[in-house]
Design a protein around this ligand. Structure first.
Ligand code: ADP
Ligand code: MG
Length: 247
């Protein structure tokens, strides 16, 4: 298996008003090509900090990170620019990295067509539903051809029903395009429904408490259809207990 990301002994301590705070302690894990990995853990334990460090947006205190390729990043807010059309929005990443070439534009247009957004390309973000906006945000990220996609609570701003539909859509797109993903979420069900492995972090300072392998032993697995399997609640109970122990 080809490793896309290696996280080795990451530690993070930051300065607060009343002294140093240790946020992450010796966090290590790997992500292989094509895998979907989730990170869950108590609120405030440092999940977003860890993702920011991996994305290179924040400094680590010690440890090493190896990334094989480019990183794409999706946040809770879709951060679409309201004054730009959908088409102009999805080209943003390419413009920023100065690779708005005919070839890359063709790729983006194909993605828009494939995921039923092409007919909306001249509309503005406010004219789209929350779910469609998230799809646009994803295509904008995929435009730069990342080898790994980082998602930080990317679906938490959506209402429950929309969220189920959007996770289903996003999951299918990621699998179709063969994208490796690392997702932070506080939602155990969301983590189980999408992931090949789930990493459970402890309270601050966050350490890796446990890594669960998820296998529903089914073809054409999607987030919705594995929620119906008996195994789903087994995984849920295991992780729920694990998180309760951490409390
Ligand atoms: P999580 O995403 O798991 O909820 P965060 O990664 O957002 O946790 O971090 C937890 C808390 O640690 C934040 O709410 C913030 O108050 C604090 N924190 C993290 N990094 C810093 C920093 N560099 N300086 C000050 N406070 C920080
Ligand atoms: Mg967070």
């Amino acid at each position: 298996m080809e490793k896309i990301l290696e996280v080795k002994n990451i530690c993070k301590t930051y300065q607060a008003e009343n002294g140093e705070i240790e946020s992450l302690r010796n966090i290590s894990f790997d992500v292989n090509r094509g895998e979907f990995i989730s990170i869950i853990g108590p609120s405030g334990c440092g999940k977003s900090t860890l993702l920011s460090i991996i994305a290179g947006l924040e400094n680590k205190t010690s440890g090493e990170i190896y990334i094989n390729g480019k990183i794409g990043y999706m946040l809770q807010k879709d951060n679409l620019l309201e004054w730009r059309t959908i088409y102009k929005n999805v080209l943003l990443g390419l413009e920023i990295q100065k690779s708005n070439t005919p070839e890359n534009r063709k790729y983006v247009e194909e993605l828009l067509k494939k995921y039923e957004l092409y007919e909306f390309k001249d509309k503005y973000p406010t004219q789209l539903s929350g779910g469609m906006r998230q799809r646009v945000a994803l295509i904008r990220t995929l435009a730069i051809k990342p080898s790994i996609l980082l998602l930080d609570e990317a679906f938490s701003a959506l209402d429950y029903q929309t969220r189920l539909m959007v996770t289903e859509d996003i999951y299918k797109i990621l699998k179709n395009e063969n994208i490796t993903a690392l997702m932070v979420t506080h939602d155990i069900s969301e983590a189980i429904s999408m992931s090949d492995r789930v990493i459970v972090l402890s309270h601050r300072p966050a350490t890796v408490k446990k890594i669960y392998s998820i296998d529903f032993e089914m073809e054409n697995r999607t987030p919705l259809n594995c929620r119906e399997k008996p195994k789903f609640s087994e995984y849920f109970n295991l992780m729920w207990k694990q998180l309760e122990e951490i409390k």
